[in-house]
Design a protein around this ligand. Structure first.
Ligand SMILES: O=C(O)CCC(=O)C(=O)O
Ligand SMILES: [Fe+2]
Length: 337
């Protein structure tokens, strides 16, 4: 499938990224050029040919199933904290910054977030700064090997994401390492999501229409399906399971950084399957102390960038505070006191 212009697509294309792991310069450039076209016109693709073992992806899915099967009071012990790490119970988030739809009903999902780890003894003294802190882990006795499984996966996904950062730089005609410095202390989120079977009801979503905040998302999903991506005509194009792939999409900060050359495309989840669904998006974002200003290669000569530069940490805090009930409550309390 070849999308001709922005938003004009009827399926999500597959990109084999294995050339990025070889030394055939021509094949690398060709892969980067195809990536660019997909990021400009669709904002979504499947990444295949990556080196992450299927067993490691499945181990995370199994760990996720075991976690969500714990009694509610066990999960509640890990309730999401001010640093955005931990368990978000069923119906804990409503996306209000969505420009895509007037959203009112809470998402039909429960999830747990793991971010980049920041210990109390962090040598950079980050602990206690906004969104910096330790992860919350389930009891080793309750879920043996859980932490190890998650940390291995986060490590592997970070490596894949850095490969994609280089491919994106190349795709824009920049030296491949030119964006690396923005990701020295990357802001990462692994979100484990559980979508129970849901009633088929107007305006009820597993995940309501939204765009992702960050740089790129790399998502592994089970074989249930339900992810959909909006095209220019307003149709919701399915992104069904593709074996051994990650769904990759452009987040809002990459769109902004690229002066809207790349597109952050609305997507949603409706679990129509009658089965439970599990997915595991990995969000890979710049360091919080990096300033994101339009890449000059993306700003046509004689024009001004469309957006002001922004400190990534500030931008992220604002987006998160708007979207999560538990934070809105805290913000309202702070304002009232
Ligand atoms: O579960 C999915 O397939 C998508 C999840 C998603 O879009 C998100 O968490 O941002
Ligand atoms: Fe998303």
């Amino acid at each position: 499938m070849d999308a001709q212009e922005r938003g004009d697509f009827s399926e999500i294309p597959i990109l084999d990224v294995s050339p990025l792991y070889g030394d055939d310069e021509g094949a690398i450039r060709e892969t980067a050029a195809t990536l660019r076209r997909y990021l400009e016109t669709i904002g979504f693709l499947y990444v295949t040919g990556h080196p992450i073992p299927r067993t490691d992806v499945e181990a995370v899915r199994e760990a996720s199933k075991r976690f969500f099967a714990l009694p509610e009071e066990e999960k509640a012990k890990l309730k999401i904290d001010k640093n955005f790490r931990g368990y978000l119970p069923f119906a804990g988030s409503t996306i209000v910054t969505s420009s895509v739809a007037a959203v009112s009903k809470p998402n039909q999902s429960e999830s747990i977030f793991f971010m980049h780890e920041v210990g109390a003894d962090d040598p950079r003294a980050l602990a206690g700064k906004p969104l910096q802190g330790p992860n919350q882990w389930p009891d080793e006795a309750a879920l043996a090997g859980f932490r190890e499984t998650i940390e291995r996966y986060v490590q592997e996904m970070g490596t894949l994401a850095r490969k994609m950062v280089r491919a994106i730089a190349l795709s824009l005609g920049l030296p491949s390492d030119s964006l690396d410095r923005y990701f020295e202390q990357p802001t990462t989120f692994l979100r484990l999501l559980h979508y129970p079977t849901q009633p088929q009801e107007e305006g009820l979503f597993g995940s309501a229409p939204h765009t992702d905040y960050g740089f790129i998302t790399l998502l592994a999903q089970d074989n249930v399906g339900g992810l959909e991506v909006k095209n220019k005509a307003g149709d919701w194009v399915p992104a069904p399971p593709v074996p051994d792939s990650f769904v990759m999409n452009v987040g809002d900060i990459l769109a902004r950084w690229s002066n809207d050359q790349f597109v952050s495309t609305p997507h949603r989840v409706i679990n129509r399957s009658g089965r439970e669904r599990y997915s595991q998006p990995f969000f890979f974002d710049p360091s919080m102390d990096e300033t994101i200003a339009a890449l000059s290669v993306c700003v046509p000569a004689g024009t001004q960038p469309k957006y002001e530069p922004v400190l990534y940490g500030d931008y992220l805090m604002e987006r998160i505070d708007k979207n999560y009930h538990y934070r809105k409550k805290k913000a309202a309390e702070a304002a009232a006191s």
